[in-house]
Design a protein around this ligand. Sequence first.
Ligand SMILES: Nc1ccn([C@@H]2O[C@H](COP(=O)(O)OP(=O)(O)OP(=O)(O)O)[C@@H](O)[C@H]2O)c(=O)n1
Ligand SMILES: C[C@](O)(CO)[C@H](O)COP(=O)(O)O
Length: 239
Amino acid sequence: MIAGTARSGVWAVVPAAGRGARAGGELPKQYQPLLGRPMIEHTLRALAAHPRIAGLVVVLAANDVHWPGWRELEGKPVRTAIGGAERADSVLAGLDALPGKIAGTDFVLVHDAARPCLSHRDLDALLDGEAPQGALLAVPLADTLKRADADGRVGATVPRAGLWRASTPQCFPRDALAQALRAAKAAGVTVTDEAMAMERAGFRPALIEGAADNIKVTTPRDFALAEFLLARRALEPKP
Ligand SMILES: Nc1ccn([C@@H]2O[C@H](COP(=O)(O)OP(=O)(O)OP(=O)(O)O)[C@@H](O)[C@H]2O)c(=O)n1
Ligand SMILES: C[C@](O)(CO)[C@H](O)COP(=O)(O)O
């Protein structure tokens, strides 16, 4: 059993090796500007500015020519690693690039570069959680759900009770996470988030309710929404 406690001195792995094909544009989406700065800068600063984050591992594409080469942000060390074909490969590469271990059970955060609107409050909620088996930010579903048939008509209305949208950061014991991601890969299973790998390994991650505005910038219209959310955040009193 892994002991649960409020977490501090935590490193964050930031997968940033995707292309952002659905977002379009000439630059990979994580380098497209939001309020005049690359998306990835907002994401990394949101993490690094939190007092309980110790450092960052940013996972880059092998052919990345846009990375500004930061070695430090907000006074926190920044390392880099080279990612792989799938997000899970990139996360594994990031875990391998973390600094040496203090204990076999220390926790790590994983947060998408494509989620630049992460709030201090959500990070607090995740790190405060007594979640010995790990935890993730998530948002309960607010809409009625329809399952489509092949002809585009409604096949069924799916009950939404108990359904959540997983977001990031997700926080897990680093060794157990690396093991779970390797096991999924060996089994040929694509895991779309860290929790899914941990669930396969028998863990029961805690769902921590986060803000709906921690959006993943995915399609072209998400850029304007992210800019609005960041501009509104800038007007809020600092924590
Ligand atoms: N092989 C990959 C694929 C994705 N990511 C990262 O994982 C995060 C979430 O992925 P997603 O939003 O799906 O990004 P992309 O894969 O870049 O988007 P798309 O599928 O539209 O190309 C992003 O920060 C992305 O850079 C990664 O590090 N390595
Ligand atoms: C990890 C994630 O952000 C959780 O919602 C999401 O699954 C990543 O996006 P992808 O399209 O599955 O790569």
